[in-house]
Design a protein around this ligand. Structure first.
Ligand SMILES: Nc1ncnc2c1ncn2[C@@H]1O[C@H](COP(=O)(O)OP(=O)(O)OP(=O)(O)O)[C@@H](O)[C@H]1O
Length: 255
């Protein structure tokens, strides 16, 4: 393994009952990289993200985040499953942004962003609020801090969700189709925030249908189909000159 990989998957398998969804995923995400995952619906992209973030347990293979096995502690040759409290600690380092923003409806934007640092990290409200306001400013919502989710557009809510994930100061951000639930005119603002985050050096794994974003911002791109990595490489190369028939067939439908 590359010593400093932020995410490393070696032969990762995941099944739900008889449904074998991930069928041996091998990939590596370097620190500071924007790593895009594309592929048809049902190919296992979300499942893979959820495995990275401890929301699903893999059935076989090895998955590492920042050099540490996901879900297990290694002692000598033996592996011990992490306790829930240990998993919770690991998950603090990983921010996740979903297709649906799932903000707390009864809390304002700034309260949503402060919530985890206060509840999970036991920060004082004053410290958490100050950071939350800075983050809202960073995502272009400095003037919306006191608004409730119902008073914000979908794109604004998604930017609050990104600020909320950043409030825990993660070392890795996972994005699961963050713009696919948005009206087209709201997509650009969210992608701009993600571009800004990429430029700041954040390591990002992004499941996306936004091929323009993958091409312009992505450092690496993986095309997944049927639970395997079919093709990977520089996004510009894969998107303009795909080598595999399955990649070509997929891209002919989405580009
Ligand atoms: N908890 C679960 N139990 C059973 N099946 C599941 C579960 N989670 C996912 N699946 C199945 O795994 C397959 C892959 O789903 P996944 O959401 O990972 O695909 P995807 O590539 O992200 O697709 P999409 O682009 O539509 O989000 C689907 O057939 C889905 O029904």
């Amino acid at each position: 393994m590359t010593a400093n990989a932020m995410v490393k998957a070696e032969g990762v398998h995941k099944s739900f009952g008889a449904a074998h969804i991930l069928r041996g995923i091998d990939l590596e995400v370097a620190p500071g990289e924007v790593f895009c995952l594309i592929g048809p619906s049902g190919s296992g992209k979300s499942t893979f993200l959820r495995c990275i973030n401890h929301l699903e347990k893999i059935n076989a293979g090895r998955l590492y985040v920042d050099g540490e096995l996901v879900g297990y502690r290694q002692k000598g040759d033996k592996l011990y499953e992490l306790k829930d409290s240990e998993v919770a600690l690991k998950r603090r380092d990983i921010g996740m942004v979903f297709q649906r923003f799932n903000l707390f409806p009864h809390m304002t934007a700034v309260e949503n962003v402060m919530e985890a640092p206060v509840q999970v990290k036991r920060e004082t409200k004053a410290v958490a609020r100050e950071r939350a306001l800075k983050l809202l400013d960073r995502v272009g919502l400095g003037d919306r801090a006191g608004h409730y989710p119902s008073q914000l557009s979908g794109g604004q809510q998604q930017r609050v969700a990104i600020a909320r994930a950043l409030a825990m100061e993660p070392k890795l951000m996972l994005f699961d189709e963050p713009t696919s639930a948005l009206d087209p005119e709201l997509v650009g603002d969210v992608l701009d925030v993600m571009r800004d985050l990429a430029e700041s050096g954040m390591t990002m794994v992004v499941v996306t249908h936004e091929m323009g974003f993958a091409r312009e911002v992505g450092d690496s791109l993986v095309f997944m189909d049927g639970g395997v990595v079919v093709e990977s490489g520089n996004p510009r190369d894969v998107l303009t000159n795909p080598q595999h028939d399955r990649t070509k067939a997929f891209l002919s439908k989405v580009l």
